[in-house]
Write a protein that binds this ligand. Structure first.
Ligand SMILES: [Mg+2]
Length: 313
């Protein structure tokens, strides 16, 4: 029943058999978790596993984080294999140590930038964003990708706050054209924008140095292009807001594909993935594949539902 429930998450729209299967499995499993724990036919550990699964099915969980629960559950099972359990714990602790080292280095970068003083309006989200990167790519070999995704997402998040709350339209037009031109000699940016602009150029210089050494000199151009798309979308939304314009659903979705930041984040991730991400991978990403548009739509709408609830009560 548990497997059926998990498998039903792979359904596509219109697959009514799987929709019914999910409902059927969920009903039975919920009944099991609500059953009297004192009854011998009900297993407490199984109830906990079912309750965990109903709250967070595998398809919606962060793989590495979910492992902790499964290690715990396996340990509770009678007759478990001690060696296997030891290996699982070793692997988990080893990876955790690696993530801590990465986070230490990223924290130093973030503290040295001193955005907390220089751009106090911006949200301080390093841990959250690093966790997001681990969720997307947990494998040890993707350290560089996690670095790049965390750094650029931090900066994109600050830029988002600039466009949403802090900047005036004139300033935002200026910032957008600075990114469009990618010209480090631009002098007329307000100080707080300059700080952010320099930081993004520095990170992309770092990306360029490493990817060029790897024989992937094309990464920089894609990364620049991704950030241009990003600020263009932010500017479109800021203009709507300034003009009090309510966009049509189509306009909103069109801009939302980029303003949700998934395309630029996916590009950052590819930059850090070495030979796993050749030029063709970037070309595919920039061709607006359906999966990218779909997840971006999903992200934009979920994000706006939540912000609407937070800001409009
Ligand atoms: Mg925004």
């Amino acid at each position: 029943m548990m497997s059926l429930y998990e498998a039903a998450y792979l359904q596509m729209p219109g697959e009514t058999i799987l929709e019914e299967a999910m409902e059927f499995a969920e009903g039975h499993l919920t009944k099991y978790t609500m059953a009297d724990g004192g009854d011998d036919q009900y297993d407490d550990l199984l109830s906990k596993r079912i309750a965990h699964m109903l709250k967070r099915p595998l398809r919606k969980g962060v793989e590495k984080h979910e492992q902790l629960f499964f290690i715990w559950a396996y340990e509770q099972e009678k007759g478990h294999n001690q060696t296997l359990l030891k290996l699982a714990k070793l692997s988990w602790n080893h990876l955790q140590h690696m993530y801590q080292q990465e986070l230490r280095s990223l924290t130093k970068w973030w503290i040295d930038l001193d955005f907390v003083t220089k751009l106090p309006f911006a949200r301080d989200r390093l841990i959250e964003i690093y966790f997001w990167a681990v969720g997307a790519m947990w494998e040890p070999k993707f350290t560089f990708s996690r670095y790049i995704v965390t750094k650029l997402t931090m900066l994109v998040s600050v830029i988002d706050d600039m466009y949403d709350v802090h900047g005036t339209i004139d300033e935002l037009e200026l910032f957008t054209s600075a990114i469009e031109r990618w010209d480090t000699s631009m002098k007329n940016l307000p100080d707080y924008m300059r700080t952010c602009y320099d930081a993004i150029i520095d990170v992309l210089d770092e990306v360029d140095a490493i990817t060029t050494k790897e024989g992937r000199p094309y990464c920089l151009e894609y990364a620049k292009e991704a950030h241009k798309n990003q600020v263009r979308a932010y500017l479109a939304e800021a203009r709507w807001f300034a003009q009090g314009k309510v966009p049509t659903v189509e306009e909103y979705r069109r801009v939302g594909v980029y303003s949700c930041a998934y395309p630029s984040l996916a590009c950052s991730a590819l930059c850090g993935m070495g030979e796993k991400a050749p030029k063709e991978a970037f070309d595919w990403l920039f061709s607006e594949p359906k999966i990218l548009v779909a997840i971006s739509d999903h992200c934009r709408i979920m994000d706006d539902i939540v912000s609407h609830e937070v800001y409009c009560i």
